[in-house]
Every structure is written in structure tokens, then in C-alpha cells.
Design a protein. Structure first.
Length: 259
């Protein structure tokens, strides 16, 4: 390898870093309390109830192998709303909590290195039944939605933030996953960042599969304007920043479930 820069970036994908970390000095091993599993919010925040995960009566059960077989990146969405039931299902499938262990640990519907779950889920809502357009955040601990703010030209801004890829502008909602890296660094120090990226993949794959159950589709977006999307979410871009996006909308399916 003659390109040192390339070597440096490839290094990120390796686990060699682990051999150079003194794990006795991580914040976890120095006895520092774990950060909370969910980003805190103000007492007077506007909270929206979501249909509870044990009450997804309106979500049809589908065969898992069909969901895996039919899954694909879908970029053409119908101009139809997604219901709150359906949104609740998608949030549960991607980041829902199975079992809370203590203040700093909770098992979710997706795996995460060291059970650290360093991701937060924001929603740019354009067309969800019963919700005003705006930016929301999922609160997995109680399976609630937090209303963050309304935004002028939200549709245009989310498209701009996706480097003018048009799909988020046609979607009913765009999932935006941010990383709160300290949650992972607390345990893994410099070995935290690769596993945060791997974790995000599990989350998005569950979104793809869950969409198959509700005649919706999604498309992972990894090419986006970092500063623009962080600005749109009003996060600092340092201790929390965007890592992945996925617009979701209803799709037309032919008789084999494909479109
Ligand atoms: C990490 C990642 C980033 C991606 N980024 C984009 C993107 O920015 N824009 C886009 O249109 N598709 C994006 N995709 C979707 C891929 O293009 C798609 O998965 C690939 O072409 C294979 O098609 P399939 O998902 O239908 O099997 C991304 C997929 C992944 C996994």
C-alpha cells in the first residue's frame, strides 16, 4: 500500500486499535457512571403518545423470508400518509427497547457492541397521520415521540441536506440517525467509532424489513451534507452528529410484492 491516507482510512475498519488501548483507563473501568441510554429532554417538552409495541394489531404479520427476499432500496413513494401505528412499529423495529437493565444499559430490538446503543433517532415528518410536519425525536425508554420544532421549508432543506437526492422530499418521513459517541467511548475509548458505524447498519436493515410489512419502502442514504443536516436537527456536530438517513414512504407493489 503506497497511499498513506488510504492506509489510514482502511485502518478504521480494522480492530488493531484495540491492542493500543489501555482498557484499564476507560471511563467505564475508572468507575465513571455510564451516560444515560437516551438523550435527556426538558420537563416541558411536547410528548406524543405512540401505540405501544404490544398492540400492533394493525400491522400485518408477514413471512420473514418474504421480507428478506423482497427487500430492496425503494426510492419512489406514493403521495400517501403513514399512520401513527405504522410509524410506531418502524420505531420499535429499529430502536425499540426489549429490556432495561439499569440507568446506562438497555437491550433493544437491534444488537449493539457492548450494549452501548450510541444512536438517537430523529424524524423529519412530512406526512404522518395525526402529526404536524416538523422534526421529532424518538424516546425509546417509554416508547414516546418528542416534538422538537417546526421548520420552514423542511422538505427543501432535507433534500438539500441529502445533496439534492430527491427521495426525502417525496417521503412521508425521513429517519435521521445521529451518534452520541461518548456512549460508546465510555466503554471502548478509541475502539468506539467503527462499532457505532456497524450498529447503524443493523438499525437500517431492520427498517428495510419492517417497511416490507406496511407496504412502504426505504432507501439508506450515506451521502449527505454533514453540516447541513446537523444544522437542520439543531445538534452540535461534535458530541452528537448525523451518521445515516433513510426516507420512508408508501410504495406501490405488484402481485409479487415487488415494485
Ligand atoms: C451505507 C449505505 C449508503 C447508501 N447511500 C445511498 C445514497 O446516498 N443514495 C442512494 O440512492 N442509495 C444509497 N444506498 C443504497 C444502495 O445504493 C443500495 O443498497 C444498493 O444499490 C443495492 O440495492 P438494494 O438495496 O436494492 O439491494 C446506500 C446503501 C448503504 C448500505
Amino acid at each position: 500500500m503506497k497511499n498513506p491516507k488510504m492506509e489510514q482510512y482502511r485502518y478504521f475498519l480494522k480492530d488493531t486499535i484495540r491492542k493500543h488501548i489501555d482498557f484499564s483507563k476507560t471511563d467505564q473501568n475508572r468507575g465513571i457512571d455510564p451516560p444515560p441510554v437516551e438523550k435527556p429532554f426538558a420537563d416541558d417538552a411536547v410528548i406524543i403518545e405512540l401505540p405501544k409495541p404490544n398492540a400492533f394489531e394493525n400491522i400485518p404479520g408477514i413471512n420473514l423470508s418474504d421480507a428478506i427476499k423482497n427487500r430492496k432500496s425503494r426510492r419512489a413513494y406514493l403521495n400517501k400518509p403513514i399512520t401513527l401505528d405504522e410509524l410506531s412499529f418502524l420505531l420499535w423495529a429499529t430502536q425499540g427497547i426489549r429490556h432495561k437493565i439499569d440507568r446506562g444499559h438497555a437491550y433493544r430490538t437491534v444488537p449493539s457492541a457492548g450494549c452501548r446503543h450510541a444512536l438517537e433517532t430523529y424524524l423529519c415528518v412530512l406526512n404522518i397521520e395525526g402529526l404536524h410536519a416538523g422534526v421529532y425525536r424518538y424516546l425509546p425508554l417509554k416508547h414516546l415521540l418528542l416534538f422538537e420544532f417546526t421548520e420552514d421549508r423542511l422538505k427543501e432543506k432535507i433534500v438539500e441536506a441529502a445533496f439534492s437526492q430527491p427521495y426525502p422530499g417525496k417521503a412521508a418521513v425521513t429517519f435521521v440517525w445521529t451518534a452520541v459517541p461518548y456512549r460508546m467511548e465510555w466503554r471502548y475509548d478509541l475502539a468506539a467509532h467503527k462499532v457505532i458505524a456497524i450498529d447503524a447498519g443493523h438499525v437500517c436493515q431492520n427498517l428495510y424489513l419492517a417497511c416490507e410489512a406496511i407496504s412502504a419502502g426505504t432507501c439508506a442514504i450515506g451521502a449527505y451534507d454533514q453540516e447541513a443536516i446537523d444544522r437542520l436537527l439543531r445538534i452540535d456536530g461534535i458530541d452528537e452528529f448525523t451518521v445515516y438517513l433513510a426516507p420512508v414512504g408508501k410504495v406501490k407493489k405488484d402481485k409479487e410484492g415487488l415494485n
